[in-house]
Design a protein around this ligand. Structure first.
Ligand SMILES: [Zn+2]
Length: 178
């Protein structure tokens, strides 16, 4: 599923002046994208306020915010939790041809915020999806008792801890059992 046409910005328009996209993000789009998430996430509300500015010779500076409210079950007690997500967007977009040229070069910290546009237009689909996905917590928990119990871990966290045990110590554990 893709975002509607009015979430696509044409470079030709940008050259005539800064564009601001300030509108609700369709929930059906988000629901489809969040279906790939590791836990169940239901979007309730989403809005973006993004400003695109032409930076000669051929870059685009994209800044702004994406806000979303989503619902997800608490990973410990399974009650619904409402998460308020806010992603700060600050990206410099370059034409995709530059990516091909720099492909073998070493990545610098600047590259981490570097995005690319193709065919003289910018579709906000990936940027909006990634912005929201990055704000999702690893382990969502309700603000009730689950947050306050010290040392409480989910099954997944316990498993990860188990895997971190030094193999030499694991042999010791076997020894103790026998
Ligand atoms: Zn809980």
């Amino acid at each position: 599923m893709m975002l509607p046409e009015d979430f696509t910005i044409h470079i030709a328009e940008l050259k005539n002046g800064t564009r601001r996209i300030q509108r609700d993000i369709p929930l059906a789009f988000l629901a489809a994208e969040l279906a790939h998430c590791e836990y169940e996430v239901t979007p309730v509300q989403a809005h973006c306020d993004l400003v695109m500015q032409w930076m000669p010779p051929e870059n685009v500076l994209l800044t702004g915010k994406i806000n979303a409210v989503v619902e997800t079950p608490c990973s410990t007690c399974l009650t619904d939790v409402e998460l308020h997500l806010c992603a700060d967007i600050d990206a410099l977009l370059a034409p995709i041809s530059e990516q091909v040229i720099n492909d073998d070069a070493e990545y610098t910290p600047e590259d981490l915020h570097r995005e690319y546009y193709e065919n003289e237009q910018i579709a906000l689909d990936d940027l909006i999806r990634d912005g929201i996905m990055l704000e999702l917590p690893m382990t969502p928990r309700c603000t009730g008792p689950c947050k306050r119990i010290k040392g409480l871990v989910t099954a997944q966290e316990a498993e990860e801890k188990q895997q971190k045990i030094d193999p030499r110590l694991a042999r010791l554990a076997e020894f103790k059992l026998s």
